[in-house]
Design a protein around this ligand. Structure first.
Ligand SMILES: NC(=O)C1=CN([C@@H]2O[C@H](COP(=O)(O)OP(=O)(O)OC[C@H]3O[C@@H](n4cnc5c(N)ncnc54)[C@H](OP(=O)(O)O)[C@@H]3O)[C@@H](O)[C@H]2O)C=CC1
Ligand SMILES: CC(=O)N[C@@H](CCC(=O)OP(=O)(O)O)C(=O)O
Length: 330
């Protein structure tokens, strides 16, 4: 049995991972935490989310005493907090010897120079950062097993990388073009004008300047053009990606490349059939569909995930299981 504290549990990803961990026989929840002065401290999680009425846990303020109790009693912490909050909490828990699964972007780049540009802070913890590994579960299991600081990928990078990583050897110098639409929960639970009901209408945002572009490029090892869109639905991401493949690539080369997922229960790949967001919402699955024009060398791939599940909480759970199941066998 592994005991896990969840920090940021009142937020969308925090509540989602609470429900996932609560359903696991080999995991127990040490406690749920919000900020020290949170308006929600002391409330039952089920008051915020009646759908979780079967979970009888309250939201505790993350005081210094609470942090020390966590260190003394847990095997791991999940940080479902903003990047600037995770930056300090992840380093602190890591320095105390606690394994950290961080859902934010604060530890996804090894290159310190990226943080001021994309996250607006200077990274103060190079030692913890050096230990951090990128938690794209299907692609990084060996590193996830051996690290005590796992940086769970962003939602758009997850959808994009799951589609593109199998075919990196077939790509040309022409940049893949990624157009992705996310549901509004991608922006988190706190009130913001641009995500309020009357304001949301399908539109691109962060054009040629979204922080997930360099995250995708770093993990793919190839430049891409990435354009996110906000859609008027709650959950889910659909990334539709156009790529130019090397001369003489055949459809069967592509089928063969996607065979890398044949043993995965969570990833489905189909030729000439495209996924819908509704097929993956509330699931940990990634559905990929592709169509190839051999005459021009253009391939279109669509990748669908639930941003709060494979894009955050269920991917974090995959990482937790990979990490602890492997340790159990040693
Ligand atoms: N939403 C999504 O689809 C995805 C989000 N992510 C990342 O996951 C993280 C969480 O996102 P999301 O769930 O959407 O965010 P939310 O805004 O919905 O939730 C943030 C949570 O953090 C808590 N919190 C804020 N400050 C502190 C603090 N100082 N100490 C402890 N808890 C604090 C908040 O509660 P309170 O303010 O009351 O204290 C709340 O519980 C972010 O880094 C986000 O970028 C990653 C992938 C997908
Ligand atoms: C719709 C929406 O606003 N989505 C978020 C992405 C959420 C995510 O993946 O989180 P990370 O910030 O942890 O990478 C955005 O574009 O900022």
């Amino acid at each position: 049995m592994k005991n896990i504290a969840i920090i940021g549990a009142s937020g969308y990803t925090g509540a989602q991972i609470t429900s996932l961990i609560n359903a696991e026989a080999n995991l127990s929840i040490q406690g749920l935490y919000v900020s020290e002065n949170s308006l929600d401290k002391g409330k039952p999680l089920s008051e915020l989310y009646p759908i979780y009425s079967h979970i009888s846990l309250c939201l505790n303020p993350l005081t210094d005493d609470a942090k020390h109790t966590i260190v003394a009693t847990v095997d791991a912490v999940v940080l479902a907090t903003d990047h600037a909050v995770s930056l300090h909490l992840a380093a602190w828990f890591y320095q105390q010897g606690v394994t950290v699964f961080d859902l934010s972007g604060a530890y996804r780049f090894q290159d310190l120079a990226q943080y001021p540009k994309w996250y607006g802070f200077t990274h103060e913890y190079p030692e913890a950062l050096a230990e951090a590994v990128y938690g794209l579960a299907e692609w990084n299991a060996a590193k996830i097993i051996n690290s005590k600081l796992i940086a769970v990928p962003g939602c758009y990078p997850t959808a994009s990388l799951m589609a593109l990583k199998p075919i990196t050897h077939l790509l040309t110098d022409t940049f893949p073009v990624i157009n992705a639409v996310s549901g509004v929960t991608g922006a988190g639970r706190k009130a913001q004008l641009q995500t309020s009901f009357c304001e949301v209408s399908l539109t691109p945002y962060g054009v040629l300047g979204h922080r997930h572009q360099p995250e995708i490029v770093t993990q793919l090892g190839q430049e891409v053009i990435f354009t996110p869109h906000l859609g008027n639905f709650k959950r889910g991401i659909l990334a539709t990606i156009t790529v130019k493949l090397k001369l003489d690539t055949s459809a069967s080369d592509i089928s063969q490349a996607f065979e890398c997922y044949s043993a995965s229960e969570l990833v489905t790949v189909k030729q000439n059939q495209f996924p819908k967001v509704d097929d993956v919402v509330l699931t940990p699955n990634c559905h990929i569909g592709w169509k190839y024009d051999e005459a021009t060398g253009y391939l279109v791939i669509a990748s669908a995930i639930d941003n709060l599940m494979k894009g955050a909480a269920s991917q974090a759970l995959q990482c937790i299981k990979i990490h602890f199941d492997a340790l159990q066998n040693t």
